[in-house]
Design a protein around this ligand. Structure first.
Ligand code: CMC
Length: 433
């Protein structure tokens, strides 16, 4: 963070003294005014519900230019990472700061693999759930429970502990997500295999049974890997901020990731891919698109076009373009070129990009718009979509958590409020109320 010569001056019309505040510059992107001294010097707070103009931290991990529709992990554009690297390389990049060379990549994968199997006792933990429990509820609980199984790596002040819990959580997520699925359909859990790639291993744990091994298809494995890359990090979104806030108190990393999963579950965040597919299924056919768009514009029953719009992107989400490309590849590979929901999705996109309501509000498809169709073509059931998002985002969450803990400026997150409740009053005896 670079201090600049620029100063921001805030003046008040009530006679309070004006304040001069320092302004910082990032590598790219908007400058940030440092308001930390405002309360101590002037007893004034900043009001910013929903964090519309608040930089909650300094970070070197991910950069988004919402106006231009750009996303970079550690400076590398997502379009290049999606075609020139795989998810393991991206994990190395996010966790360790650089893309690995071949030797580093092999060593990283080896290190990660030792953590991929969960404690055998976790099976009994799973068995406590109803079979029809939502997989996200199961994930919140089982990821939180990891802290009860791996006490030995919970000291957040120890760098080695932080590193080993980071690797454990990234390596364990595919195992836990597939266990949540297997449990929901009453099939036996499938153990991870070291010789397979991250994505191939996950598909095998999801779809192998004791009667039949899953046949690995490289196009589908590559599609899953791309979903993982595109969802790996997205700077200070709701779930990442939740992880950072939970971690700011010194809470253990497994509990922090469980908090992130809970936040991701909501339909305005990670739950949007599930909601998008439900919406496409409800619309059903291309001829119903104009009527549905009209409902969205009239806000009938508060209906929104799921998979559209973003707090930061005011342009096409670059991840949506890559996901649409993957959607074409997967549907071609599976002989589903005429997939009815894909047709509906393309029609809605065409309609919305040409409609004043969406144009004026800068509403474009986001990453979740096409990812539901890809996932369902891979055989992933709708209820598992957000679980896959969580699996991909875990590396981003834990990288952000690690960055926060080692930032000397980090303090417990403690926002303030603008109180508008009752002024001081006295409690009357119950008979007089
Ligand atoms: N459909 C219809 N109208 C919308 C939509 C939408 N998807 N998104 C925003 N608007 C309208 C909204 O009604 C408002 O209109 P007006 O100014 O006339 O009241 C305007 O656009 C601004 O919306 P907002 O709710 O103030 O914007 P926000 O930045 O608070 O919300 C969002 C961002 C992503 C929650 C929202 O666009 C949304 O609900 N999208 C649908 C859910 C979705 O796809 N979420 C996935 C986000 S990407 C993956 C992730 O990060 O998790």
């Amino acid at each position: 963070m670079k201090k600049t010569d620029i100063k921001a001056t805030i003046t008040f019309s009530d006679g309070s003294p004006s304040v001069e505040l320092p302004v910082y510059k990032g590598t790219v992107g908007p400058d940030a005014i440092d308001i930390r001294s405002l309360y101590n010097t002037n007893q004034k707070l900043c009001f910013d519900p929903g964090f519309m103009a608040t930089a909650s931290c300094e970070s070197t991990i991910t950069y988004i230019d919402g106006e231009r529709g750009e996303l970079m992990y550690r400076g590398y554009p997502i379009e290049q990472l999606a075609v020139k690297s795989d998810f393991m390389e991206v994990c190395h990049l996010l966790l360790r700061g650089e893309l690995p060379n071949t030797v580093e990549k092999d060593a990283f994968i080896k290190e990660l693999r030792q953590y991929s199997m969960v404690h055998e006792q976790m099976q009994f933990f799973f068995r406590g759930f109803r079979r029809d429990a939502h997989p996200m509820a199961v994930l919140v609980a089982t990821v939180g429970a990891l802290s009860a199984f791996y006490h030995d790596s919970r000291d957040v002040s120890d760098e080695e502990h932080r590193e080993s819990s980071a690797l454990r959580i990234v390596a364990t997520m595919p195992t836990l997500v597939s266990m949540a699925y297997k449990y929901s359909i009453g099939q036996p859990f499938v153990y991870p295999r070291h010789e397979l790639s991250y994505s191939a291993n996950f598909l095998r744990m999801m779809f192998s049974t004791p009667m039949e091994d899953y046949k690995i298809n490289d196009v589908l494995v590559r599609a899953l890997d791309r979903i993982m890359i595109l969802h790996a990090d997205h700077e200070q979104n709701a779930s990442t901020s939740t992880v950072r806030i939970a971690g700011s108190s010194g809470a253990n990393p497994f509990a922090c990731i469980a908090a992130g999963i809970a936040s991701l579950w909501g339909p305005l965040h990670g739950g949007a891919n599930e909601a998008t597919l439900a919406m496409l299924q409800e619309i059903g056919t291309v001829d119903k698109v104009p009527e549905f768009i009209q409902h969205v514009k009239n806000r009938t029953g508060g209906v929104r076009l799921m998979g559209f719009g973003h707090r930061v992107y005011k342009n096409y989400d670059p991840r949506a373009t890559l996901m649409r490309e993957t959607c074409h590849e997967v549907l071609n590979e599976l002989g589903l070129k005429d997939h009815p929901l894909f047709k509906v999705a393309l029609e809605i996109e065409k309609y919305a990009l040409d409609d004043d309501y969406f144009v004026a509000r800068k509403l474009y498809p986001n990453v979740d718009y096409y990812s539901g169709i890809v996932q369902s073509a891979l055989g992933i059931p709708t209820a598992m979509f957000t679980g896959l998002f969580a699996m991909a985002r875990t590396v981003g969450w834990i990288s952000q958590w690690k960055e926060m803990i080692s930032d000397p400026e980090h303090r417990i997150a403690r926002p303030r409020q603008l109180y508008t409740g009752a002024a001081r009053r006295d409690v009357k005896p119950i008979g007089d109320r």
